[in-house]
Design a protein around this ligand. Structure first.
Ligand SMILES: [Ca+2]
Length: 211
């Protein structure tokens, strides 16, 4: 394979990744909701797990908080206007969100997301965000920020699905009175090798049809 073909293939993989990779995460930035939050506390929407109104996501453990950081003078959200605090209100047992995505077993993809914590309002400036795939803990993100303002960091994790329906869950299992666990900008990116192999297969199929 020469350089031009590699370049062309990589371009096609990027251009065609959505229909090829088949992994789509909906409302990945938590911008939309349906219905009314369970309560409003300090200007933030409190969504109990029993009130599953954050579109396309299932609220897990006790619940989550959804709010617009700019309205609190905390700066912009990494993506859109809204973010989540997985440390739910005054819960001592945690909060989270999950979504089941259609995937191709063994076709790896990269999960990207932004996370932050802050030290204010009695919270100590640390937090742990857990990433679970199909209910199995695959990574714990330890956050630390001595400031009262948000300090967003970007993270990524390569996921190799084992089933056609892969459950992605983010959660915080700490005492919400002591931690902020902010999450936003979740996205799915196909692994280049998978995408390129898919494009190569598609090109081969087209060539056979023409011959
Ligand atoms: Ca957002």
């Amino acid at each position: 394979m020469n350089f031009q073909l590699i370049t062309t293939t990589a371009f096609c993989a990027t251009s065609l990744c959505l229909p090829l990779c088949g992994v789509t995460l909906l409302n990945s930035s938590f911008e939309s909701s349906t219905g009314s939050p369970t309560s409003m506390v300090g200007g933030g929407e409190q969504w109990a797990a029993s009130n599953n109104g954050i579109d396309n996501w299932t609220i897990t453990l006790d619940g989550v908080e959804r709010f617009q950081p700019a309205s609190f003078g905390l700066g912009p959200a990494p993506d859109g206007d809204w973010v989540l605090d997985l440390a739910y209100f005054t819960s001592a047992s945690g909060g989270g969100v999950s979504q089941i995505v259609a995937a191709t077993p063994s076709e790896a993809f990269t999960l990207e997301f932004s996370a932050s914590t802050a030290r204010s309002s009695g919270r100590d400036g640390t937090a742990e965000i857990e990433l679970l795939i199909d209910d199995v803990l695959v990574r714990t993100i330890s956050l630390s920020n001595p400031l009262a303002t948000m300090d967003w960091q970007n993270f990524s994790e390569v996921i190799t699905p084992t089933s056609a329906n892969t459950k992605i869950e983010f959660r915080n299992s700490q005492n919400a009175n002591l931690h902020f666990a902010y999450l936003d900008g979740v996205s799915v990116v196909p692994e280049p090798s998978s995408a390129i192999l898919s494009v190569i297969g598609l090109l081969a199929l087209l060539r056979r049809k023409r011959s």
